[in-house]
Design a protein. Structure first.
Length: 140
């Protein structure tokens, strides 16, 4: 690894790794593809509009944000644990066929994105939405 950030995180002090991780999170939060979504998420998880925010306490907004982050974190921790456990079951002899299978999957996905396999071009949407407000924040 040639990155000083990666070296600091993997081999350095935890006191140095935490600010580096916070900086990386802030940079990703301020990216042009994430920042415009923030007002919508805040409005959804708090159940408040811009007018309501001036009248309400900040506690409701912070509770909604905290519940949203908690729900997000629980999902990623569970997925990380599940895939980590799955990875521990895979031995060296199984790596070759898994690599080949995933290679075929990437090729098929490329053909689908180019317009092939018309039956895979269907659009499916989930119409159920969690309720706006504090109850829906962790589910979002």
């Amino acid at each position: 690894m040639n990155s000083p950030f990666a070296e600091a995180i993997l081999n350095g002090s935890l006191l140095l790794a935490i600010p580096v991780a916070l900086l990386a999170g802030l940079v990703s939060f301020l990216s042009p593809c994430v920042l415009p979504l923030v007002p919508g998420y805040l409005g959804y998880v708090t159940g408040l509009t811009g007018v309501d925010l001036q009248k309400q306490r900040r506690g409701r907004m912070l509770a909604g944000i905290g519940l949203f982050v908690l729900g997000f974190s629980v999902i990623f921790v569970l997925l990380g644990g599940a895939f980590g456990q799955l990875g521990s079951f895979i031995t060296g002899s199984q790596n070759m066929w898994i690599t080949q299978l995933l290679g075929v999957l990437v090729i098929v996905m490329g053909v689908v994105f180019m317009g092939g396999f018309g039956w895979l071009q269907r659009d499916a949407k989930i119409h159920a939405k969690p309720p706006a407000g504090l109850w829906g924040a962790p589910l979002l």
